[in-house]
Design a protein around this ligand. Structure first.
Ligand code: FEO
Length: 398
């Protein structure tokens, strides 16, 4: 059975939700589900913007058939070839063999790579326009937001920006479609941050370029490929994207990430957390790197200005879950943070030195001078060092 929403005159949401998938990209947990958005324009010509993940293809086809009625599908714009959006392309080609596919050179390269064969293609370049009757589309290349072929499409007639992965979020839509139908801060801001930082976070400069291009457009709606459609308070979300993509923290605060086999390194993490709060910094969150999926750590690392790493030495190296956190942070190009280090070792402690070497290789990371060394467990002799480290964190916030 179809399940569609009208976005604005002539434009329909024909996507769907996936609450069964456990891991997005087979990596990131999505207990909140995810939506795959696709949009259908009814003008003199009919135009579909992107398809959906294969998992919801049947519903998607029913949606399209319902909105089209007895009309056929004339065009398909592919803003992004990643299979969570282009996965139903083969099914569209089989239902509508005469559809003309609009994309750029890379779009068509990737189509072939994914084994989709289409003869009716129209190759466009950045800045090209195309009219479908009343509506005219402007195609805006947005390479690496999130793949090289990614583009955005702007309807110059009604100010709708089809933004591909940009401005997307995790989270199923639950019957709601628009940002003003959801409590975004309560239900979507955390998933949105986790989505952006982990999926697109590496490509901050490219997102900045897209934001610069978007400044010149009179945007009335943002229609992303995941999550709510924005039709009000658009500057709020653009501001979040601006911060995330420039790697500026949203808040002064501390994320403490610890790796602890038997609770002794955890005890040191608890100690520094208490000292920070007692000194007036209560925006502190603690994570056991062994228990929390790294995507959650990354999201809060983008949110906060300071990091405390507390790691046991393991096989003469960094405790593996903490190491994974560091590798992910580095892979996403995270920068502009102040970091304090606590290490633990029963013999030959090495984690502190290795974490420091890792961090100084990253961009604009301010690693505080003195590490705290715990030998097996915290003792009275560590108190002065912990106090000094807490003071130095607070001082660096001024
Ligand atoms: Fe939602 Fe890059 O795909």
């Amino acid at each position: 059975m179809y399940n569609v929403r009208e976005v604005t005159k002539d434009l329909y949401w024909v996507g769907g939700n996936d609450r069964r998938l456990s891991l997005f990209e087979n990596i990131h947990p999505i207990p909140e589900g995810v939506s795959y958005n696709s949009y259908l324009l009814l003008d003199e010509k009919t135009v579909l913007l992107d398809t959906v993940d294969w998992s919801i293809c049947n519903r998607f086809i029913e949606n399209i058939k319902y909105v089209l009625g007895d009309r056929s599908l004339d065009y398909l714009v592919i803003n992004h070839m990643e299979p969570d959006h282009a996965g139903s392309l083969g099914e569209i080609l089989s239902h509508y063999p005469d559809v003309k596919i609009i994309g750029n050179k890379k779009t068509f390269d990737f189509m072939k790579q994914f084994n989709f064969i289409a003869d009716n293609t129209i190759e466009i370049k950045d800045g090209d326009t195309m009219s479908f009757g009343e509506h005219e589309f402007l195609f805006i290349s947005a390479p690496m937001v999130h793949w090289p072929e990614t583009m955005a499409t702007f309807d110059t007639t009604n100010g709708v920006l089809f933004s591909a992965d940009a401005f997307g979020t995790f989270g199923s839509l639950d019957g709601k479609l628009f940002n003003d139908e959801v409590d975004f801060d309560r239900d979507f801001l955390v998933p949105a941050r986790r989505y952006y930082t982990n999926i697109v976070g590496k490509y901050g400069p490219q997102v900045q370029s897209l934001l610069k291009k978007a400044k010149d457009l009179d945007i009335k709606y943002i229609c992303p490929l995941h999550g709510p459609v924005w039709r009000s308070n658009i500057d709020y979300f653009i501001d979040k994207y601006n911060k995330w993509s420039s790697y500026e923290p949203e808040e002064k605060g501390v994320i403490i990430v610890y790796g602890s086999m038997y609770g002794n390194t955890e005890e040191a993490a608890e100690d520094i957390a208490r000292r920070l709060v007692e000194k007036g910094m209560s925006n502190v969150v603690m994570y056991d790197a062994s228990k929390t999926h790294v995507s959650y750590l990354i999201a809060d690392t983008f949110r906060l200005s300071h990091i405390v790493l507390a790691s046991a030495t393991y096989n003469l190296s960094i405790f593996p879950p903490v190491h994974e956190y560091l590798l992910t942070m580095q892979g996403l190009n995270l920068q502009k943070r102040t970091v304090a280090i606590i290490q633990n070792g029963t013999w030959a402690p090495r984690a502190g030195q290795l974490m420091r070497e890792f961090l100084v290789g990253m961009k604009e990371m301010n690693v505080l001078e003195k590490d705290v060394l715990i030998t097996s467990s915290m003792k009275e002799e560590n108190i002065d060092e912990m106090e000094a480290l807490a003071n130095s964190i607070i001082e660096s916030m001024k």
